[in-house]
Design a protein around this ligand. Structure first.
Ligand code: SOE
Length: 372
């Protein structure tokens, strides 16, 4: 019998919980997934950490990632963006495989260093863009690849949230350029750019040039528990327009100020033969228009023949956001166990970062920017 893969996880909050839940679900729903030992969970606050270890099923805790990266087969980097590069590179150099949350890094230079470390390493290096693992997104990719939409002409992506509409909403690291890199652009736009590359990259080619605009609406926010305001040094919203290699036009947008939208990631694609629309808030559905149909048909993507769904429930028994983490963990850990490839890789994470970086450069220069 093969030994279980030992896993160390940095981060025990939102993403720590989402990935730990996925690790716990795998043996029940994906029995062919490799065996995993939830060995150690890493963070700074010992009390919160010990509580997380109990609830998430980890054997031990550590307050320094340096004590962990040499000892595990797989290192999950689920910390804030400024903690992505150094621990991930150290783990890769120590021979571990690494699964790192998005965006790959706060800056393009750090993303490049991570990509180069991954190229030189034996382990698998994955960037956790979970929305690639929504069954309806896989189904959409299949339609595009089969030519059902024809030549791609329009790609539209918007990711809208509203948790900062209130000017007194508390300051967090996500509003600090040093910790996060950028705001809505890196946190939300990274997902859109990754999905667009995934869905139409093979048909429309790369983005050749783009123009971007970033905006911050509220410049400082109260620090919880302190009589202090801290500056907001990232964007609250961005917009960008893009031209693809095949001449298709793209428009992208994200905001944390879109009142009424909680987690609305919408992708619309129009081709010479048809169109499709996806919305994360209705993630079991895909709107498709092909051939002579006069309008969109809603396809419920929950059949056993649809991607990943034979592992869950009978047709029509919908799945949710957390299942996307189970699917990506299944693919990533299988690649680690079998020595196979995994995408999205650090290479993909770097390519996304290069586009985000170009959007920022365009905003600063006030003009279109070409991507080499
Ligand atoms: C931010 O609000 C956030 O939690 C992102 O960090 C996630 O990547 C996204 O899936 C949901 O929104």
């Amino acid at each position: 019998m093969t030994e279980p893969l030992t896993v160390g996880v940095l981060g025990y909050r939102f993403m720590g919980k989402a990935h730990s839940n996925a690790l716990a679900r795998l043996p029940m729903f994906f029995p062919d997934a490799p065996d995993v030992e939830r060995s150690v969970i890493v963070g700074r606050d010992e009390e919160a950490l010990s509580d997380a270890a109990d609830r998430f099923g980890f054997e031990s805790t550590a307050t320094d990632w340096r004590d962990v990266v040499d000892d595990v087969d797989v290192f999950y980097n689920l910390g804030p963006n400024h903690l992505h590069a150094e621990p991930s590179i150290a783990a890769l150099e120590a021979g571990a495989s690494v699964f790192c949350e998005k965006p790959l890094a706060p800056t393009l230079d750090e993303a490049e260093a991570m990509r180069d470390a991954a190229r030189a390493a034996d382990g698998v290096a994955g960037c956790a863009f979970n929305y690639r693992f929504v069954p309806a997104i896989r189904y959409a990719k299949g339609l595009i690849e089969d030519g059902e939409l024809g030549e791609i002409r329009h790609v539209r992506g918007r990711y809208l949230q509203d948790w900062l509409v209130d000017a007194d909403a508390p300051w967090t690291w996500r509003m600090d350029e040093d910790a996060a890199g950028s705001g809505a652009l890196g946190d939300l736009g990274a997902h859109t750019v990754d999905l667009v590359r995934f869905l139409v990259g093979d048909r429309a080619g790369d983005i050749e040039r783009l123009s971007g605009h970033l905006q911050t609406f509220v410049d400082e926010r109260p620090v919880p528990g302190e009589d202090e305001y801290r500056p907001v040094t990232v964007d609250d919203a961005y917009t960008a327009q893009a031209e693809f290699e095949n001449g298709a036009v793209g428009s992208f947008e994200a905001s944390r100020f879109a009142d009424g939208h909680k987690n609305d990631h919408t992708i619309e694609i129009h081709g010479s033969e048809g169109s499709l629309q996806f919305s994360l808030e209705r993630l079991n559905e895909l709107e498709v228009k092909t051939g002579d149909a006069r309008g969109y048909e809603t396809v419920l993507v929950t059949d056993e023949t649809d991607p990943y769904l034979d592992h869950w429930w009978p047709p029509g028994h919908v799945i949710g956001w957390e299942h996307t983490f189970v699917h990506e963990n299944y693919e990533f850990l299988s690649a680690v166990a079998e020595g196979g490839d995994f995408s999205p890789s650090f290479e993909d994470g770097y390519e996304v970062q290069a586009i985000l970086d170009a959007i920022e450069r365009s905003d600063e220069a006030g003009e279109w920017v070409s991507l080499d």
